[in-house]
Write a protein that binds this ligand. Structure first.
Ligand code: ATP
Length: 240
């Protein structure tokens, strides 16, 4: 497609997903999902277990079978393997944390930079509580701290968009608060975030917009500011 000379002055989306279907064998898990994420925008996928949130994140990362259009900064990525998408600036922090338990926090962050430019101070500005743990082995951190390290490690490579799967699940409230501060700081730096989340407080604390997923379809969306206190629609979708 040719770029138009009369493109509108609206910020182009970092992520544009169009008519995305996903499949596990013959079972269809996503149906025609369409969404945009703007630079520095935090979008939360909200829905019950099995609604398709993880599948959507996996599809964007290139880890699920499907069809439809996915573009990062205007460039089609849907035919690319996951590692090529990562090179273009897509980061992914899955529900199970991926850190190296035998490496220290500092070493984990360095590995995250994959040999590229690595600004430890900039990362510590986002995750200040990691500073006092720099020499601690990953295995000696709490689950929540490991999740924060996994997020910091993903950001060490410099990212345009980070996908976070259920970041607050199973984490102590104090760490959840730090995690939401880190997400807000990422946002201020212009990093866009697409996250799956079942914790309405976390959604309210970090997200600009919530997309409601039900049985593999986007059934609604709302600016988070208008969801507070939690709207009936969200309660219904979350089953709370
Ligand atoms: P959860 O929070 O439980 O992970 P979710 O909203 O992320 O829920 P998905 O995990 O994306 O939902 O699941 C969407 C649908 O796809 C569900 O019907 C689920 O059973 C199915 N599904 C997910 N993973 C697989 C798989 N590996 N094989 C077959 N079906 C799967």
């Amino acid at each position: 497609m040719m770029a138009s000379a009369e493109a509108p002055a609206v910020a182009a989306p970092v992520l544009a997903v169009r008519a995305l279907d996903a499949f596990y064998g013959k079972a269809q898990a996503l149906f025609g999902v369409t969404l945009d994420v703007a630079p520095g925008e935090v979008v939360a996928l909200v829905g019950r277990n099995g609604a398709g949130k993880s599948t959507l994140l996996n599809s964007v990362m290139g880890l699920a079978a499907g069809r439809g259009e996915i573009a990062l900064d205007g460039r089609r990525i849907d035919a690319l393997p996951a590692h090529a998408r990562a090179r273009l600036g897509l980061g992914y922090v899955p529900e199970e944390r991926r850190i190296f338990p035998d490496l220290t926090v500092r070493e984990n962050l360095r590995v995250g930079s994959r040999g590229g430019a690595f600004d430890l101070e900039a990362l510590l500005a986002l995750f200040p509580n990691l500073r006092e743990m720099l020499d601690r082995p990953g295995a000696q951190m709490s689950g929540g701290e490991q999740r924060m390290l996994a997020l910091a490690r993903t950001l060490a490579a410099g990212r345009r968009l980070v996908l976070l799967d259920e970041p607050s699940e199973g984490i102590a409230p104090i760490i959840v608060a730090r995690l939401s501060e880190a997400v807000r700081a990422m946002k201020r730096q212009g990093v866009a975030v697409l996250l799956s989340e079942q914790n309405p407080r976390f959604v309210a604390a970090v997200a600009d917009r919530a997309l409601l997923l039900q049985q593999g379809r986007v059934i609604g969306q709302s600016p988070v500011a208008e969801l507070s206190p939690l709207s009936e629609a969200v309660r219904r979708v979350l089953g709370i």
